[in-house]
Design a protein around this ligand. Structure first.
Ligand SMILES: [Zn+2]
Ligand SMILES: [Zn+2]
Length: 268
């Protein structure tokens, strides 16, 4: 149903996308792409590089990210598309759209290696979200610029993380910040690469153990707001009833990310 319903214009748009970064170098770039960070999939058939530090780094604890990664969370480093290049194997990729639940290159889309199926990144409309473990660090030490700057959908975390970064119960812009760190502002942490270290106040436990049912329904709505990734939580009925929020939400994360980045660029 999903893939057969795709229009010719959808497919044309997909092909069109692959003629631009990160699939090929930007044709109008003033100089050739100079990798700063190089990475690869598990089997090495796909290589990816970034030519700058990430503009934001987030950890998402939503159920969709947990399921698609088989992990407690998705850790993403945000780059503009022109800052990223598949240096090898850009024709050896596997795509998965979590909204349609179909293996198609429809943005936003998850990108994996076709052979080893290692998740490499998410491609949004404007941004690339690379999963930092893909990169090989110089001397094996991850640069500070890849440390998480906030946690989102922390309400569905599998365990607490005391890294001092701000924690949001759902989407960063649309939910309450959970008490862990004091004194950081809500709207500009895209530009704060370092957050003050702070101790967990132990309130988080209370927040989640109080009224599990209430927390669950809140989280479901927020997952839908989170968009594509949220739609894999298996609650098909709920997904359908939330379809409004879902389609709004699909655009929202990217848009909000883009506005974060714009603010950061203006202020720097
Ligand atoms: Zn591979
Ligand atoms: Zn997520």
């Amino acid at each position: 149903m999903f893939s057969s319903a795709r229009s010719r214009s959808d497919q044309t748009a997909e092909e069109e996308t692959k003629t631009r970064p990160p699939y090929v170098e930007a044709p109008d770039a003033k100089q050739s792409f100079q990798p700063k960070y190089k990475g690869a999939c598990y089997c090495g058939q796909v290589e990816i590089a970034a030519n700058s530090d990430p503009v934001d780094v987030r950890v998402c604890h939503c159920r969709g990210c947990q399921r698609t990664h088989g992990a407690s969370y998705q850790w993403s480093a945000f780059f503009h598309k022109h800052q990223v290049l598949f240096t090898k194997g850009h024709d050896h990729l596997e795509f998965y759209n979590t909204e349609t639940r179909a293996p198609q290159h429809k943005l936003p889309v998850k990108i994996l290696c076709k052979s080893c199926h290692a998740p490499l990144c998410d491609e949004g409309r404007r941004m690339m979200l690379i999963f930092p473990p893909v990169f090989d660090w110089k001397d094996g030490k991850m640069p500070d610029s890849f440390k998480p700057r906030c946690h989102i959908f922390y309400g569905t975390r599998t365990f607490d993380i005391e890294d001092g970064a701000p924690k949001f119960e759902g989407m960063k812009e649309k939910s309450d910040k959970l008490p862990e760190v004091e004194g950081d502002s809500d709207d500009d942490d895209a530009s704060n690469s370092k957050q003050p270290e702070a101790r967990s106040e132990g309130k988080q436990d209370g927040t989640t153990s109080n009224g599990d049912a209430k927390a669950k329904s809140t989280v479901t709505a927020q997952q839908d707001a989170h968009g594509a990734r949220a739609s894999q939580n298996g609650a098909a009925k709920q997904d359908a009833s939330m379809s409004n929020g879902q389609s709004n939400g699909n655009a929202a994360p990217e848009d909000s990310i883009a506005s974060d980045v714009k603010r950061q660029r203006r202020s720097s």
